[in-house]
Design a binder for this molecule. Structure first.
Ligand code: 5GP
Ligand code: ZN
Length: 137
């Protein structure tokens, strides 16, 4: 898509620091990294987000994900890694070409604070929620 920032990066119209590329995907350093090694993995086919992503595009993206994640792991020996994808402005998406954040984690002072405030559900509530989803698959 001609106006898309990440399509321009794939095409080389905007410079980026590439770490991996194949026929289907492109991986490059996030310009504002959360931690050392923060990398973005994107499909070469423009899709706004996960909702708009064809299954074969998703399959090719996730085929490459372990390769790039393990390269980051071997390079910097992080203690862990968050793989995050924000879909929609309400979820924090700012660039509307799907991207998987690969964010290596080092220790509790690495600057990333992922809030995870869970709720307890009754089994029947959970089953009703699952049924609502299942009815659309
Ligand atoms: P989002 O908030 O959409 O999940 O993440 C967008 C990410 O793209 C951010 O982490 C941001 O730092 C990164 N980003 C935005 N513009 C550029 C750019 O021009 N080059 C690179 N390499 N990363 C970018
Ligand atoms: Zn794009």
């Amino acid at each position: 898509m001609s106006e898309c920032l990440f399509c321009k990066i794939i095409n080389g119209d905007i410079p980026s620091t590439k770490v991996y590329e194949d026929e289907h995907v492109y991986a490059f350093m996030d310009i504002m990294p959360l931690t050392k090694g923060h990398t973005l993995l994107i499909p070469k086919t423009h899709c706004q987000d996960l909702f708009a992503m064809p299954e074969d595009v998703a399959a090719n993206l996730y085929k490459a994900a372990p390769k790039v994640a393990n390269a980051i792991k071997l390079a910097f020996n992080p203690a862990g890694m968050n793989t995050i994808n924000n879909n929609g402005a309400a979820a924090g998406q700012t660039v509307f070409h799907y991207h998987l954040h690969l964010i290596p984690r080092y220790d509790d002072t690495d600057g990333l604070d992922v809030g995870w405030h869970t709720k307890k559900l009754e089994m029947d509530e959970m089953a009703a929620i699952a049924d609502a989803i299942k009815s659309h698959i």
